[in-house]
Design a protein. Structure first.
Length: 324
């Protein structure tokens, strides 16, 4: 689906605040309310929009986040693997990939010891496929997000009212106060108050959307590690900051997640591009130009499909939401 004019404006407005009213969408985009409603319906179908929450994993009770890539040494039954992953409570997001690795996971834990136990258990579950796991702790998401699976909300230490509200809003972040009241049996005044408090406390970072059919068809995940040289390290890091140059990137429709890692890799990037050539040029090749081919190691793969969770693609203005 191609975005232009009012549809592009509405998509960005929904990514910034999915609870925005039809009236405000109409006023800002400059089209009538009936036309706005039709565009919203078309975008929901055409982009595969999921109306979700951007949650703070640490404030939800899961301060330890890992990115795990898996290379299988034996041809796998992916239906069986998908079933294993879908039932695994420690995995927040998983996707199948084609390239240097076969599966990418985001794992949430309350402690490092809990993650260690999860990793060993997961290896036991898929050991028949001779897996090699490379795990890195996500130290900081520079921008982007992964929608949090409702299972983590249910297992959190929040009170029951907040759990119910977050679960319903994470299923449909545009749900009206009346709809939320009918599903949770909480009165409207309390719902408004709790939603405001959850946002003020930073548990809810944003009411947003996640596109499952992004406008560009080639999604890539790439991770990098470096040969550290005291003479060139900081200059190379400054060159890498081209990723965050709003004038070059404009609307966040290419890079969807940039995370700083600790462990097997130091950097994770997820982006959507026109094709493989465009993706490699703007990820792998860009890193090599920044650091020098002898100083950087890149591992990359095309993202094929979500095995668990929701694809984290949306349309945000980097400068407005992350740099300023």
């Amino acid at each position: 689906m191609k975005l232009q004019g009012a549809s592009e404006i509405i998509t960005e407005l929904l990514s910034t605040n999915s609870r925005i009213s039809i009236s405000d969408l109409s006023r800002i985009s400059g089209v009538s309310r009936p036309s706005t409603s039709k565009i919203l319906e078309s975008l929901t179908e055409g982009l595969g929009l999921k109306f979700v929450l951007e949650l703070d994993e640490a404030k939800l009770g899961y301060p330890v986040m890992h990115n795990v890539i898996v290379k299988l040494g034996k041809k796998a039954d992916f239906e069986k693997i998908e079933d294993i992953i879908s039932r695994n409570p420690g995995i927040n997001f998983a996707c199948s990939c084609k390239g240097d690795f076969d599966i990418m996971l985001q794992v949430l834990s309350k402690t490092s010891a809990e993650y260690f136990g999860w990793e060993n258990s997961f290896i036991d579950q898929i050991c028949e496929y001779r897996p090699k796991l490379m795990a890195s702790e996500i130290a900081k998401m520079r921008f982007g997000f992964f929608p949090v699976d409702n299972g983590f909300v249910t297992a959190s230490g929040l009170n029951d009212e907040d759990k119910m509200l977050i679960t319903e809003l994470n299923t449909n972040s545009r749900a009206s106060i009346k709809e939320l009241g009918q599903k949770t049996r909480i009165n409207g005044e309390t719902i408004r108050y709790r939603m405001r408090k959850l946002a003020e406390e930073g548990i809810i970072r944003r009411f947003t959307v996640a596109s499952q059919k992004p406008t560009r068809s080639y999604a890539i995940a790439y991770l990098s590690n470096y040969v550290f040289n005291s003479k060139t390290r900081y200059k190379a890091s400054l060159r890498l900051y081209d990723y965050f140059d709003a004038d070059k990137l404009g609307i966040l429709n290419t890079f969807q997640n940039i995370s700083l890692l600790s462990g097997s890799y130091k950097f994770l990037g997820i982006g959507i591009f026109k094709n493989e050539e465009d993706a490699v040029e703007n990820t792998v090749e860009k890193h090599i130009r920044a650091f020098g081919k002898d100083n950087v190691s890149i591992t990359s793969a095309r993202i094929l499909k979500a095995l668990k969770g929701i694809m984290p693609f949306r349309k945000l203005n980097i400068k407005r939401n992350y740099i300023q």
